[in-house]
Ligand binder design. Structure first.
Ligand code: OGA
Ligand code: NI
Length: 321
């Protein structure tokens, strides 16, 4: 079983209806799908891969050797009283840093071209995120721009958050003893992942089974975050996913996320609820399934509960309001 692969270039052609249906299916049944022919040039993607790998080698790898997961794994291996099935808990075998418009003074600076290339890449990915949200609006029967407007706190300005997480999952001598990235769902809106061409490790939970997100050269993997699940009143699924540590290969993964502003209030779109039933008991798909939450409050809860079940987070965030 493989997650859906969708040719985004066909959205504007004769097969538009089919492509819209494929994306709807990806959001409803999978929570994950891969876009090919997404409009980001291969030439830019090659440059992104080059600067990210170079940056890892020059600026990150020396520190990874002294990082917490490496130390904890070594301690576990040295501890004679530990048993064979003991794992290193509460850490990820991952090197990661975050790029935002606000922190660009702190971006890696020793890698030639890193900043220029990643700025260009982020601008392209942000445009793609907005296109994907527009398709979700259309598929859900919402006015064009609805999701983006909600993420901007109801105003058409630049309040929504766009971040890029640059990750590497280095080869691990004992992949059975540590997670690459522990299982979780993503807190925010739309996530656009540019994963490694070859090294796998990313898996999603589908119908109780972990399945691989198959590497596909220069595709962009899209997944639904918790806030899209809320806005769609549960029609779209923010699904569990994880990264396995791997014995061979250094897996590169660049995740960009288009999230609500911390000041935005997110709730199920009124258009998806049964009109005229306000105040009455409604059951089924059009009953409100999620509370109204300030995204900043949700993020405070998420910071503590990222690796725990998502449902209680919504209620906990309400209490924080
Ligand atoms: C994440 C995530 C997957 C990956 O950052 O939330 O799920 O492949 N990343 O790095
Ligand atoms: Ni994630």
């Amino acid at each position: 079983m493989a997650i859906p692969v969708i040719d985004f270039s066909k959205l504007d052609g004769e097969e538009r209806v089919k492509i819209l249906a494929q994306i709807a299916n990806g959001c409803e049944e999978w929570g994950f799908f891969q876009l090919i022919n997404h409009g980001i040039s291969e030439e830019l993607l090659e440059r992104v891969k080059n600067v990210a790998s170079e940056c890892y080698k020059v600026e990150r790898e020396p520190n990874f050797k002294n990082s917490k997961p490496v130390k904890l794994l070594n301690e576990l291996l040295e501890n004679k009283s530990s048993n064979d099935d003991q794992k290193v808990e509460n850490v990820d075998w991952e090197d990661v840093f975050l790029l935002t418009d606000e922190n660009d003074n702190d971006w890696p600076s020793k890698t030639h071209g890193f900043k220029e290339v990643m700025k260009e890449y982020r601008a392209e990915l942000k445009k793609l995120a907005i296109k994907v949200m527009d398709v979700m609006d259309e598929n859900l029967g919402l006015p064009k721009g609805y999701i983006n407007k909600a993420f901007n706190g109801g105003e058409d300005k630049n309040a929504a958050f766009f971040g890029t997480k640059v990750s590497h999952y280095p080869p691990c001598p004992h992949p059975e003893k540590v997670n690459g990235l522990r299982a979780h769902t993503d807190a925010g809106g739309v996530i656009l992942l540019f994963q490694d061409d070859e090294v796998n490790g990313l898996q999603i939970l589908k119908d109780g089974v972990w399945i691989d997100v198959q590497p596909l050269k220069n595709s962009i993997v899209i997944n639904v975050g918790d806030q899209i699940e809320v806005l769609s009143n549960g029609k779209y699924k923010s699904v569990w996913h994880r990264v396995l540590a791997m014995p061979d290969g250094n897996r590169r993964s660049i995740a960009s996320f288009y999230n609500p502003s911390l000041k935005a209030t997110i709730e199920p779109a009124q258009e998806l609820l049964v009109n005229g039933n306000i105040g009455k008991e409604v059951e089924g798909d059009s009953a409100t399934k999620y509370p109204k939450i300030l995204f900043g409050d949700y993020m405070s809860v998420y910071a503590e509960q990222k690796f725990q079940p998502k449902e209680p987070r919504f209620q906990a965030a309400v209490k924080a309001m």
